[in-house]
Design a protein around this ligand. Structure first.
Ligand code: HEC
Ligand code: HEC
Ligand code: HEC
Length: 400
């Protein structure tokens, strides 16, 4: 190795010396040759430095100030330039978006970026670059820039890209939530991200709604409950679905579809992928056995929408090539394939979002999802929200 290094050194040094002689001799061509040679020498020298193992990759020593300045300057400018074409949704103050983002922040971000009332782990503090306490940095970025960072991640740091980039609706939910981080107390954070306070948790357990931690499903369910509620009732109104009373086979195959990436969600995919087959089966059985909550109180202005939705659900829209939904989803038509989900009493916002996702082919799903792609292809946005209002108002009995 030493001989090879000496040889390489000779290769670099002799052209530099020669170039120096040319420059003194005064020819501009030779001067140019010197500059090119110097640049080459720097590249070869840098390569040798790394090849000989002299570059420090130790996270302990941190970056040199100049490296840190360069990386941050490059990152800030890249994010600024690349987020120019990003268009935010109409409102980022929507409590439904904030609630959905909070649940995932606890799963996927808080360990690195801290959360109100809980600092970063000692292990994370040994990273280079160290992830910032996010609440202190939010004001430095526009919503468009935050969206770009969360979607794409940051190279040369541990900041990960979003698992399902097609689910921009989820990324906006995260942005909506992190914009609120600087003003949240730890109690508010607990309520949004963990669902129940410690005392609420105890009450639910005493009432038999939560399995104990000694039950094999207990610790796993403790996580689901944060977003889907103690009784699988979802957290509404929101785009987090009700699981209680859903068909067992649909629940199981949906968890499998998330786990193997057939159904796209940066929020549910990591959770489902971390479960083994047996636990997925038990979770599906558990949620299918719970009673579905009564539909949320109906608002009188919605009545017309519900009626319009009912007509489409029952008869389809033949001139648009939209089939009857009731044929597969009820109410009152049997027998139906057990993979077809029960939509009755589901949150309207969740139903509308899923229809939009089917239409833009961004949702994915089980092996039967193509049925929905063709069913919704020609639905208008108004028809989707009418259908969602209709199904959200149905009681489970009516759909059996
Ligand atoms: C494994 C650790 C890790 C996880 C998990 C992580 N990040 Fe980061 N994040 C980082 C690091 C490291 C940086 C710093 C990059 C830099 O210094 O340029 C960063 C930077 C950021 C920034 C830019 C802040 C700034 O001023 O530099 C935002 C915004 C951000 N992360 C949001 C998130 C969100 C939201 C999540 C969850 C969806 C998340 N991060 C998950 C490590 C992480
Ligand atoms: C961080 C919040 C969060 C946690 C924790 C969570 N979920 Fe979800 N879950 C969601 C969201 C949001 C959706 C809707 C995703 C989409 O749009 O596809 C969802 C969707 C689902 C669906 C599909 C329902 C349907 O009608 O298609 C199932 C099944 C599910 N979750 C089961 C679980 C189980 C079981 C657990 C616990 C192991 C769990 N979830 C934990 C947020 C969460
Ligand atoms: C031929 C049968 C069929 C028809 C007709 C049909 N669907 Fe579906 N639908 C399905 C199947 C199968 C799924 C499950 C997709 C998956 O996740 O793989 C589904 C899923 C859904 C979901 C998602 C539920 C959830 O919990 O995520 C909604 C919402 C929905 N359908 C609404 C409708 C509406 C509205 C119509 C009428 C315009 C309709 N469907 C027509 C078979 C059908």
């Amino acid at each position: 190795m030493f001989r090879l290094a000496r040889h390489l050194l000779h290769l670099i040094v002799s052209p530099v010396l020669n170039g120096g002689r040319y420059l003194i001799a005064g020819s501009w061509k030779r001067g140019l040759a010197l500059l090119v040679t110097l640049a080459l020498a720097a590249v070869v020298g840098g390569l040798m430095f790394a090849w000989l193992g002299l570059a420090s990759v130790s996270a302990r020593s941190g970056h040199w100030p100049v490296t840190e300045w360069f990386l941050h300057m490059a990152m800030r400018n890249a994010v600024e330039t690349r987020s120019v074409s990003v268009k935010p949704p109409l409102t980022l103050d929507d409590p439904k978006l904030i609630l959905k983002g909070a649940g995932h922040y606890e799963t996927g971000c808080s360990s690195c970026h801290a959360s109100p009332g809980k600092g970063q782990s000692l292990i994370v503090q040994q990273m280079t670059p160290m992830p910032p306490v996010l609440a202190t940095r939010i004001k430095e970025w526009t919503p468009e820039e935050l969206f770009w960072i969360v979607k794409n991640g940051v190279k040369f740091s541990a900041m990960p890209a979003w698992l399902a980039p097609e689910r921009e609706d989820e990324i906006w939910a995260i942005v909506a939530f992190i914009r609120k981080l600087p003003e949240l107390s730890s109690e508010q954070y607990e309520h949004l991200a963990l669902g129940t306070s410690a005392s609420g948790w105890r009450q639910n357990q005493e009432a038999g709604l939560l399995k104990g931690l000694d039950d094999p499903l207990g610790p796993t369910l403790a996580n689901c409950v944060r977003c889907h509620g103690a009784k699988g009732e979802g957290r509404g109104p929101s785009t987090i679905p009700i699981l209680a009373g859903q068909r067992e086979r649909y629940l199981l195959e949906s968890l499998e579809a998330y786990a193997n990436g057939e159904r796209k969600s940066g929020i549910m995919q990591p959770i489902a992928a971390a479960l083994d087959d047996q636990t997925r089966r038990e979770l599906a059985r558990h949620y299918a056995s719970l009673a579905r909550p009564e539909p949320a109180a109906r608002v009188s202005e919605q009545t017309e929408a519900i009626q319009r939705g009912e007509t489409i659900a029952q008869y389809g829209v033949p001139r648009q090539g939209v089939p009857s939904c009731a044929h597969c989803h009820g109410p009152r038509q049997t027998p139906r394939n057990p993979i077809y989900p029960d939509l009755s009493g589901q949150h309207a916002d969740y139903l509308t979002l899923q229809l939009e996702l089917f239409k833009s082919q961004k949702r994915g799903g089980t092996a039967y999802v193509h049925l929905m792609h063709s069913a919704v292809r020609r639905l208008t946005p108004e028809q989707m929200s009418d259908l969602a209002a209709y199904y959200a108002a149905q009681t489970v009995e009516a759909s059996q």
